[in-house]
Structures are given as C-alpha cells and as structure tokens.
Design a protein around this ligand. Structure first.
Ligand SMILES: [Zn+2]
Length: 427
C-alpha cells in the first residue's frame, strides 16, 4: 500500500530482503561512487518496478545479473523487468555523483550532508535516496552490508557491527553489517576525524565516536548512559541491538537524530553541564521505539515520538529529577495554551514533527499509565517491544495490545487522546 502521507516514496509491489552497498567517497571533492546490490522479492507479477534515488548518474542496472532497461528522473529509478509473483530477484545499480541532501517542503534538507570536515547522514523521513537506491518506506525493512572507502585520516561509522577494515596506501575501507532488519530512513554513514571510545564492562557495549577535543565533556555529559540503559531495559525490555554508538560531530546541530544502533549529536550537545541529557534519553529510547519497533506509515509517528519523549520524563524521575507526573502536568499546561487543532493519530504530513505530537504523545502514554497502573503499563511496554521486535506497527496495533492489559474498555481514553483535537484533562 502506498503511504498517503508520502505517496511518491516507496514501491509496494516488491519488498527488499538485503542491501549490499559498496561506496567510495572522496571527502574533499564530495564525490560518491556507489554500487548497490539489492536482493528483493516480488509481491505481485512485475513488468517494472521503481527505486528511490536522488541526483546521481546511473551507469548500469542489472536484474539477476543481466543488463536491464531503466529511466531515472525526479528521484525515481524505473527498471523494466519481468519477475513472477513471489520470486526472489537481485538488482544491481551503479551510480556516481556529488550527493546532496533531498530538499523537502516541510522539513528542510534531509539525508547525506556535508560537515565542515566530513559527512553526516540524517534521513528521517525521506532522505535515504540522497545516498543509495532504495524502496524508501519504513514498512520495508531489510538487512544491510555497508562498505565505505574513504581517505585514511577519516573514520567511518555506519549501522551494525564493524566486520572488516582494510587499509591501503591512502584509503581505508570500513565494512559494517546490520543483521537486524532496518528501515531505509535509519540507515546512516558518518564520516569525520573521530576518536573511538568504548565501555567494555557494560552489558550492552556503549561506544562513542567524537572529536578528541570533546572527550572530557562527553565523559561527564554522557556518563550516565550505563544507568540509563539499565533503567530502560528494566522498563522497556532488552536492548534490541548488539551495541549502541553515540556520534558527536565537530559541528553544532539543531537537534540530535536517531539511526539504528546509533545516535548523532552535535558538539553543542556536549556542554559539560548535562544540559542535553533529556535528549540523550530521548535518542536512546528510539532504539526500542522507532528503530526496533518501526511505524508502518508516517501517520503513526506519535508512537515513536510520544514514547521517546515519555522516556525523557521517565529518566528524569529514575535519575532523581522531577517526576514523570510533574513533567506531564507541566507539559499539559503548556499544550493547553497552544492551538488545539492537531489529531494525534493523524496529524497530517506537514506536522509529523510538530512538537505537539511529541508532548501530547507522551501525555497520552502518561494518561494510559495512570489508567492501567504501573505494573500493567510497563508489562504492556515490554510486551509491545518483544512482540513487535524488528517489525512494523500501527496505532491500532497499540490500542489492541493495550486493551488486553485493561479489564475496562479503553475506547474513551484513546478517543480523547488520539482521535480528537481538543486536549483532554489528565486523570
Ligand atoms: Zn525523537
């Protein structure tokens, strides 16, 4: 099904199992040569299919190893090929160009972006085609192998585990394997002159890649991540990936961004005063809510942002700060002064990142918690993350599961918080 919020993205006629990306990137020239080999399965009998791909020159497309006819315009690569329904096939795309972010009407520039001295990729929701051909919809999750070759002074971080590294005369190749299914918007490459840090004594390895000048501030500002991980595993269930990496860029960033298995912060988020610790909690929580459990369509965004924002409040309380209830009541007072014209379960594409989605989403979770009681509420969250691990979900899925944790009907609560614009009172 085409996403009504972003109908020009993705192709529901097939699904991808695996992306194998071989990228060669020249930082100074800003030049990317890529070879993407995609393993997919046809959902229906195909005579053609599309991939989302930005401003590159495509030199060759092979389907099952044989040259295929294709056209490439308006960020769509249309490939002619006859594939029977249910059949697995491979498509290989060779492309070259100077990647640039995708310009969007509502969210500015997304995807592959240049730093002062390196690269940052932050794609949510539609930036992935800025660096590789993909079936760009969060419902179509796949495994990835990402190989990046670049000049040796630079370090590269991508999703998954670093499985291979080869140093030649002047370049280094970094190979990452992401074996847990991942949405295209969460795929990332980070390139910079970074130091690598790792805390090996943790249950989940906590890594960092950051400029040397920030290591001291980082040790303080991100120093409570071990405790945060323990608290979140207790509340949300086991951490879903093999490790967690924080990348801090040498540049300042407006907001941090999540990717699968990692988060990207700006130098400004290391202030030596833990001034951004709520964001540290927010981004870590996205590993459960958004990355492992992924929304099946963009209208369900409150499930990601509401739970990640609620995690900020839960962490505040768990770390001895203001209680989640206090923070919820303050947030409600603030929201009550803003226009009440947003329906949480269907905010409209231009408002998926409206702060009211975040705040009201967190409030809806708090209202549900007050109704269910702590024991049932956190059991529900853990069941949500285990039942939907590496899968995709909708608002209805959440309502159905929540109802199983309540002896009384929850229809009134969900109607008021999710489907009406007027802001309800907290219980
Ligand atoms: Zn978020």
């Amino acid at each position: 099904m085409i996403d009504p919020y972003l109908p020009e993205h993705g192709d529901p006629s097939y699904h991808v199992e695996h992306y194998d990306l071989e990228l060669d990137y020249r930082v100074v020239a800003g030049r990317l040569s890529g070879r993407a080999k995609i393993t997919a399965v046809a959902n229906t009998a195909l005579t053609r299919f599309t991939l989302d791909l930005g401003v590159f020159k495509v030199s060759r497309v092979l389907v099952n190893g044989k040259p295929a006819r294709f056209t490439h315009r308006a960020h769509k690569l249309i490939v002619q090929a006859r594939i029977p329904a249910g059949r697995q096939f491979t498509v290989e795309v060779r492309y070259v160009g100077n990647p640039e972010p995708i310009r969007t009407r509502h969210w500015g520039e997304l995807g592959w972006d240049h730093l002062e001295d390196g690269v940052l990729v932050a794609s949510q929701p539609v930036g992935a085609p800025s660096w590789f051909p993909c079936n760009d919809h969060p419902r179509d999750k796949a495994t990835y192998r990402i190989s990046v070759t670049t000049a040796s002074p630079y370090q590269v971080v991508a999703n998954g585990d670093l499985v291979d590294g080869r140093v030649s005369a002047s370049t280094t190749t970094w190979v990452y394997l992401q074996l847990e299914p991942m949405a295209s918007y969460l795929a990332t490459v980070q390139i910079g002159r970074y130091e690598f840090l790792e805390r090996a004594d943790d249950n989940v390895p906590l890594r960092a890649a950051l400029p040397a000048r920030l290591t001291e501030g980082y040790a303080h500002d991100f120093g409570r991540q071990t405790d945060m991980m323990i608290a979140f595993e207790r509340m949300f269930g086991p951490y879903p990936f093999s490790a967690y990496t924080v990348v801090v860029t040498d540049d300042d960033l407006d907001i941090p961004v999540e990717a699968q298995g990692l988060s990207i912060f700006g130098a400004n988020h290391v202030d030596g005063r833990r001034g951004a610790e709520h964001l540290v909690a927010h981004e870590l929580a996205h590993q459960w809510f958004g990355n492992s459990v992924t929304i099946a369509g963009w209208r369900h965004i409150w499930l990601n942002e509401g739970l990640a924002t609620y995690a900020e409040w839960l962490w505040s309380q768990a770390s001895g700060g203001r209680s989640a209830d206090e923070l919820a009541r303050t947030a409600r007072l603030k929201l009550a002064k803003l226009p009440q014209d947003l329906v949480l379960a269907d905010p409209g594409v231009q408002r998926i990142f409206d702060d009211r989605v975040y705040q009201r989403g967190a409030l809806a979770m708090h209202a549900l918690r007050l109704r269910l009681g702590d024991a049932e509420f956190f059991t529900l969250l853990r069941e949500w993350t285990s039942k939907n691990k590496y899968g995709t979900v909708t608002t209805d899925d959440f309502k159905t599961l929540a109802q199983q944790h309540s002896s009384r009907p929850l229809d009134d609560l969900f109607a008021a918080w999710l489907h009406q614009a007027r802001l309800p009172e907290l219980p």
